[in-house]
Design a protein around this ligand. Sequence first.
Ligand SMILES: Cc1cc2nc3c(=O)[nH]c(=O)nc-3n(C[C@H](O)[C@H](O)[C@H](O)COP(=O)(O)OP(=O)(O)OC[C@H]3O[C@@H](n4cnc5c(N)ncnc54)[C@H](O)[C@@H]3O)c2cc1C
Length: 414
Amino acid sequence: MSTNGTWDAVVAGGGPAGAATATVLAQHGRRVLLLEREQFPRHHIGESLMPYTWFSFERLGVLDWLKTSGSPLKHSVQFVSTSGKVSQPFYFFQTIEHECASTWQILRSDFDRMMLENAASHGVEVREGVRVQDIIRDGNQVVGVTAQSGNTTEELSSKVVVDATGRDTLLASRLGWKRRDPDLKKLAIFTYFKGAKRDPGLDEGATTVAYIADKGWFWYIPLADDTVSVGLVADHEYLYRNSRDPEEIFCREANGCSWIKDHITPGTYLGPMRVTGEFSYRATQAAGDGFVLVGDAFSFLDPVFSSGVFLALKGGELAADAIHTALDQGDVSAAAFESYTRDVRHGLDSFRHLVMAFYDRTFNFGEFVSEHPDLQPQLVDALVGNVYKDLQPLFEAMNSYLAQGGPRPAPVAS
Ligand SMILES: Cc1cc2nc3c(=O)[nH]c(=O)nc-3n(C[C@H](O)[C@H](O)[C@H](O)COP(=O)(O)OP(=O)(O)OC[C@H]3O[C@@H](n4cnc5c(N)ncnc54)[C@H](O)[C@@H]3O)c2cc1C
């Protein structure tokens, strides 16, 4: 194989998961090459952060950027019922006595570019406009990738390959590991408005989740430059029932949701209207001999609790630590990544419990807390991202409250 020298790790994909993995590996002193298909900045959805991303940002050294980026501060989440009744905002600072109680609403094009620049400043070699085509194997062991840039294809050898290709799921698709979550067959339609209504004061940067009658929900996420991200998530069949035109569907649903209608009416539609299908999925495994899957390349979960970027960042940290230890011990077989796999599944399972409760019409978070006041701290932990701990008592109580004794487990063993 022709090589540019052997890398400790080649990372495919430069979103939050790839950038975090690469940066932490470089912090450990590893030689890392990151290959990103696009030229940044590029659009990406996933703009609302969760409080516990703060700790990843601290480790990656990007807190100053966030604080000075002009990104609106997110202090809370509020819910709007189908009748238009607005809940009391859930202010993070009421339960967390830490700076992380204020998080941000980010423009992903700027944020993702900053994360790549930060990786480069830590010593990662970043190449944009380079698509990873495939993995190279020696027997069962993955030993590198083939990468394409323009008309040139190159073979790159590496001790470990990290798949951080997001919803493209390069390896999970190729290896037949990807399993859709049959209980979360949703579709998202989303766009942007300028000059739309913002709530005053502390609530200016709040995420609002507005229910669509029994079927799904809208998000309303205030961004910088007086722009607002607005999207809806609901079942395929419901959304496509009498049209497949995204703009028509968006308008139909917005007209039926008084809070959203009221807020977007003063604004100017910026477009475009985007659609994302194939919602929640998980790969059967998070690692193999010589490779690891991180972030959406391993699993994607319905975004109602804004968990995606948090899981990508935290997954990146966990993967990088596991790879560093594996390299030290000279064993990068699948077995060396067992605890990584256990940890990422644990985080995902925690959020999946919340997501399933959200979609269960018999579940009410307020009622649940009044019946189980002792479990409120655990519920708050789960909602803000403090999930790498034992939350079993919370989920057992939630399951017994939910219809039919709780949701079905994730589509793969966990
Ligand atoms: C509708 C919707 C709303 C969401 N809302 C939120 C939210 O409010 N908050 C939140 O936290 N999360 C949200 N998410 C989830 C969030 O977008 C993702 O979880 C997050 O971006 C995952 O990061 P990642 O690095 O794993 O993947 P990505 O951010 O997708 O990055 C993957 C990168 O890999 C690159 N790539 C792909 N294939 C290749 C290849 N072959 N070679 C090289 N590079 C490649 C891509 O160009 C991309 O830059 C939302 C998701 C959706 C679909």
